[in-house]
Design a protein around this ligand. Structure first.
Ligand code: TXA
Ligand code: MG
Length: 365
């Protein structure tokens, strides 16, 4: 299959430019498009055959459900059995935006989209290209992240091209995304909302809007083999670079989350340096994930050093995370040592992705 790439100017989205992409979606084809979180791989959410093509293109297990994307709030009602009160508050506060909610599904949503579940995840993205595309398609658009299953999510059209060229009909290139980590997912089917995946709508923001919110155990720790996580995707090795990734964390600093965000102890930088040099000494290609504040503390020869940006701006760290993991992949790095971050606010999403990418391999110093 030939994959067409169409460049779209996000600041002046022209409907006629997107007509062709919308037609592909209506006809059961696949179009990758930018959202504010990561690039999505879209298909008609109401067409089971189209959804199957998504699973094939990504190499994704078919029990891992897709998020249905809508262009405006009125698109929600037909897809769900009911809209609970908490969901209404959250929609009002955070849609359009990086928040996905899980509802009991209506009969129009096929099981091929929901991985056989009786629930459906729905999100209204805040990206002008995504919104106009969905509006023109006239159907809800099922879209997982547009990466090969198991690889870091794509934050630019180039990342999508790397993974999807020849496998999908079209890529809409709207430039780099804004946020860089996937949406927060909240299950609103029960009495108390449950956070299934942290994102840029943070736990603190959710609680401010609806009061108590629980956290699914799969957010924090590995999913036990005999347990079914509420978000099926959380059980797969996710966001993973090809290299072995190890996080290094200072036990003491963990108890002072804010200090931990803006600085890193010399115990961490010393441990990372030692581990990296040991690996390099046995002939491995080694990478270090650091921050602008710590860059100078590492050896600058024989090791690939990449900064996620300044610790003063969690948004920058989140934005650069997947691109750095992908860059290490393309450099052929075999072992990566990374600093850690605080686990509150956006840090919760950053650490969730980092610990999963590391297969929960964390060295405490
Ligand atoms: O930011 C995002 O959410 C991006 C952009 C493209 O919108 N999409 C995205 O989709 O990250 P994906 O498929 O890569 O991740 C969706 C996650 C998976 O872990 C999946 O298991 C979970 O959402 N999920 C989808 N439907 C669900 C449902 N009905 N119940 C529980 N979890 C669900
Ligand atoms: Mg994904």
């Amino acid at each position: 299959m030939k994959t067409r790439v169409m460049v779209i100017d996000k600041s002046a989205v022209l409907g006629e430019q997107l007509q062709e992409a919308a037609r592909i979606l209506r006809d059961g084809g696949l179009v990758a498009f930018p959202t504010e979180t990561v690039y999505g791989l879209g298909a008609n959410a109401l067409d089971e055959e189209a959804a199957k093509k998504i699973y094939a293109a990504k190499g994704r297990p078919s029990d891992n459900p897709l998020i249905a994307h809508i262009a405006d709030p009125s698109g929600l009602e037909p897809l769900v059995q009911e809209i609970p009160g908490a969901a209404r508050k959250l929609m009002e506060a955070y849609w359009p935006g990086p928040l996905t909610m899980v509802f009991s599904k209506s009969s129009v949503v096929p099981y091929g989209t929901t991985g056989g579940l009786d629930t459906v995840a729905v999100r209204m993205p805040d990206d002008p290209v995504a919104r106009e595309l969905i509006r023109l398609a006239g159907v809800p658009v099922a879209a997982p992240s547009a990466n090969t299953s198991g690889r870091p999510s794509p934050t630019s059209a180039e990342h999508v091209y790397e993974d999807m060229n020849g496998r999908i009909d079209m890529i809409l290139d709207g430039g780099p995304v804004g946020i860089g980590v996937e949406s927060a997912i909240v299950d609103v089917t029960g009495a108390v909302p449950i956070l299934l995946r942290p994102g840029a709508v943070t736990m603190e923001m959710l609680e401010k809007t609806v009061g108590r919110v629980e956290t699914d155990p799969a957010v924090i720790s590995p999913v036990k083999a005999d347990l079914k996580p509420r978000a099926p995707g959380m059980k797969y090795r996710h966001y993973a670079p090809k290299a072995e990734l190890v996080l290094v964390e200072d036990e003491e600093w963990e108890r002072q989350p804010k200090a931990h965000m803006t600085a890193v102890s010399s115990r961490v930088t010393a441990a990372i340096t030692r581990l990296a040099l040991e690996k390099a000494a046995v002939g491995k290609k080694v990478g270090i994930i650091c921050t602008d504040e710590t860059r100078q503390k590492y050896p600058d020869e024989g090791i690939w050093l990449r900064s996620l940006g300044t610790r003063g701006r969690e948004e920058t760290i989140a934005h650069n995370l997947f691109a750095v993991l992908r860059e290490f992949d393309s450099l052929g790095v075999e072992a990566i040592y990374s600093e850690s971050f605080s686990r509150d606010h956006l840090g919760q999403a950053i650490m969730n992705r980092l610990t999963k990418a590391a297969g929960y391999h964390i060295i405490k110093v």
